[in-house]
Design a protein around this ligand. Sequence first.
Ligand SMILES: [Zn+2]
Length: 826
Amino acid sequence: MSSRCIFSEDLTGHAPSGDVLTHCRRELMHAIWCLLLDDEFLEAYEHGIVVECQDGVFRRFYPRIFTYSADYPEKVLLATIRNLGKAPCPRCYIRKEDIPDLGTVRDENKRKNLARTDDHMHNGVLPRIRDWIYRTGRSVKSTTFDFWLLARSWTPTSNAFSDRLSKFGFDPFKMLVPDFMHEFELGVFKSFFMHLLRILHAHGENAVQNLNQRFRWVPTFGRSTVRRFVQNTSRLKKMAAWNYQCILVCLLPVIEGLLPDAHNDEMMDVVFSLAEWHTLGKLKMHTDTSVGWLRTATKELGRMLRRFQRVVCPYYDTRELPSEQAARGRRQAKKASQGKGKAPSMVVRASAKKKEYSMETYKMHGLGDYAPAIPWVGTSNSWSTQPGELEHRRVKAYYARTNKNQAVRQISKLERRETALLRMAARARSKAQRLGGTKSTPVAQGYRKQAKNTQTYLSFAESEALPYTIPSQHHHISSSRNNSIHLSSWLKQHKGDPATKNFLSKLQEHLLARLAHPDWTGDGDEFTDAQRYQLQLRNSRMYVHKILRVNHTTYDVRLGQDVLNPRTHSDIMISHPFSYPQVLGIFHADDVNTAPGSTSSASSQSMDFLWVRRYRLDTSWRAGFKRKRLYRLEFLPDSDPQAFGFLNPDKVIRGSHLIPAFAHGKTGDRLVGDSIGRLPRDGLSSDEDWRYYYVNFFVDRDMYMRYRGGGVGHYRLEIPVEEDIPGAEQAADDEGDGETPEEPVPSTSESRSDQLPDPVNLTHRPDSPMSTHSSSSGLPSDKSDLESEPGSDDEGGAGGDMDGGFGPEDGDGDVEDEVEEGYAPL
Ligand SMILES: [Zn+2]
């Protein structure tokens, strides 16, 4: 900083103004890119470089830049546009006030017809403006320049990509693809969710407390797909992008019934649209069909959000959340301490400011660019900033281990050490494999509880050997015999429990049927009593297991694995559509055979089986993609002979995420009393179940594709309750679609370039070069057209901040008394 000041003072006698510094920062970014895009690179870009490949063949490679993933402030720098200007998009000239048209035909046309071009850099406008700044010393923020630059939010910065690569037809704006993590999860969805919280606060009636409690009760899913929610989700403390993803996929059952009926329905529709858009936008494998779905989902999402803003929002007096209010107080206090704002005593925290939902954000506009971008540059996971952002955590974790003194040096040492350890581990593994070592994972010895087990599942503390599951196996259950149930004594213990009614005969039927015809199993009365009594199990015992691993092929042709256990992940799906049991126990029995007294190994075998409690689909509930509701299940009543039964693990497709329908309360009538057939769950006493459960098909993308159809090998099945809603198509768009695209933003550089005076004829010299506010002469000075734009302050740039507040780019920031032009902070 000091050297810069000396330079400027020597030259001009003044310290550089903030505008000059900002201009220099912008220039710096492009100057560095000019160094990277040097002549050697251009040579390679044009003629290719010959590289000897690993297979000994020489090949010619052409380096190309397809995408540049960055968050908004960085995109702004790269596109040489103003931060949050009148035309905030780095890819097109769309005006801020037109952004809420998201998804309409008009909006789609604008994206195509108003794509940004770098014409002003080549037709003489920008070079002349730069000439004025550098040779005649005009202010970088001169209102004269605004006349040519402001309407399209350009800055007087020369674009390195345009300068160096445009001769090859390179488009420096097309590469600035939207950014899923910052723009949807931490942008559009976060701002929607915060507004939802404001509405719940305004509504009162413990809605926020209920929301927190319900989130806490949402079951977990997968290894880390849905983790347990924190006690107080509504505080939004330390939330990263994946926290918002979890909130979104579980939000439907959680918000049901928290608002009055009319608004509840609207709210559910918006959340469904958001969840669907999120899933489609994040698919890792796309086809023309799924891109079409994404396009439709974008249109629907735009419509739903406009409706939300029009119908629901005005009804509530939405105020700042307590956390926002506190943050504002802190900001004001900070400003006051720097002498910029009111004195600290004037900082009033008393009243929360009114907040309205805004759709006029660049992030909202970005949603429309996914469907066109995906066929062009591939699926969004390959250009998301998420991998890069996650890497920040690694450095932060290292930093915590340093003593903060010369941290960089310590961090690099730690990184080297970790790499060395990883290499040693890899060497040890390959050595062990060469020596033919065992594949099994080591199992902690010691704690081993014998028999006395009356539960059908094992606690977390039990250890059970279950080695690596080979990918070609459908499922995998341990062969351990540590824990067993002696059938007759166990049944005696649970006599009278409706869950164990006909337990033995059902088990015998199941096993006999599988012995007789391994390809299919029935739950019926296939065998006589005499045949059933012939079935023998070794020691009359079944062995209890902790987990069942199931391999499945995901929609993007990868191997997925679900780990199921009755303790936490008990819900499974067995056949499409809608057959859902809850796994009460994972068992195997040894030496299953039908010859009395026989111990010959020829006819005996081990068999795995699951004891399950069954759900049924609630057909009275209208659900599906058109209705924008999740399917709903209930437990079969215990009087139904099918309520409990056995299942061949071969039938399991994968785990299922069932979320209780909190709004419909609890019931004790599905299974009377305290029973072995009911698994303990959060929020329920030992004689209660939830009345209904929702099938969460948004939980991961594979699950969605199973219901939507369209993945490889996932044939679509007609779902009985999905039917057309009369009049739905007519209601589809009430926002005047299909109009001709409007004229672009006013005053284009082409039309005005001829009015630019020739630099040679410039006789006027401003009093002080590089002054902040020069009054220009002989040039248009229509002030009404040239107001400065409000811009972001420093807090506003925290796009990638994991738990940071909102910036103005979310339509939510404090820009009130900052009339400075917005510059992207570096
Ligand atoms: Zn755009």
